[in-house]
Design a protein around this ligand. Sequence first.
Ligand SMILES: C[S@@+](CC[C@H](N)C(=O)[O-])C[C@H]1O[C@@H](n2cnc3c(N)ncnc32)[C@H](O)[C@@H]1O
Length: 269
Amino acid sequence: MVENGRETEFFDLRNQIYCTDCMELMAHIPDSFVSLILTDPPYGISYQNHFARQPHKRLDGDCGIDYERFAWESYRILRDNSHAYFFTRFDCYPYHFDCLQKAGFTVKNCLVVEKGTVGGIGDLKGSFANNAEWIIFCQKGRRVFQQTQLLENRYKEGTQFHKGRKPSKRYKTRFPACWFGAEYPKATYHAIWQKQNGIYHPTVKNVEFLSWLIQISSTPRELVFDGFMGTGSTALAALRNSRDYLGAEIDREYFAVAQKRIKEVFEHV
Ligand SMILES: C[S@@+](CC[C@H](N)C(=O)[O-])C[C@H]1O[C@@H](n2cnc3c(N)ncnc32)[C@H](O)[C@@H]1O
């Protein structure tokens, strides 16, 4: 089948993760096909945690992906008036920002979200420990946030602060760009979680946190794309919120972990 001039015959483009290069999968996705991009690409920094007792293996793609091409393809496959979240790091941020803007995205914010564990420690005596994830939040066109039940307002529902203004709602409609403290889910799990759940990946993300972004930026049955699925966290978050998912993971071991996690979701319903 050919959609928008793209060959889609070998790719079922809903609720699938492919064990392939993200760019290979993207080449088969028609223009404006996905409703939300929520993705955690390798940063191109040869990430390896030397401090863990059993260091994680080096991540594929950590010598760098063609970020410029990835940004253009992301813009192409995203529907108009939709959101995109790209995980980044402080030292890659300027380059990623530049590529995303050149591709056509409007960069709205940089979300800074507390990690569940302190990570990326290099110089123990001469640098600050890295305790936050940075996420570039972009729009193609304009989309307003969905009304969610994620955070309750502190004051009573219906409170009218100023004459002529609408009474307050029970749930917050506006979120800050910095998520720290008990009110918010952490961006990553604590190291003990990986051990308890038998899921080993150097940059696994918290499904609850991804769920928040999915609820804010999409509606049920919309399609969420992540070209770098790792252990499948974005797919799990999409399923948890009745969204469809699509993505790639190049590493066979992580791909297998993602498949196992997804299968377990269906075994528990
Ligand atoms: C930062 S991690 C994502 C982790 C994921 N968010 C999770 O919670 O498990 C990036 C992943 O991209 C994969 N990767 C690297 N290059 C890739 C490529 N060209 N295409 C698809 N996956 C790739 C790596 O194997 C790694 O698992």
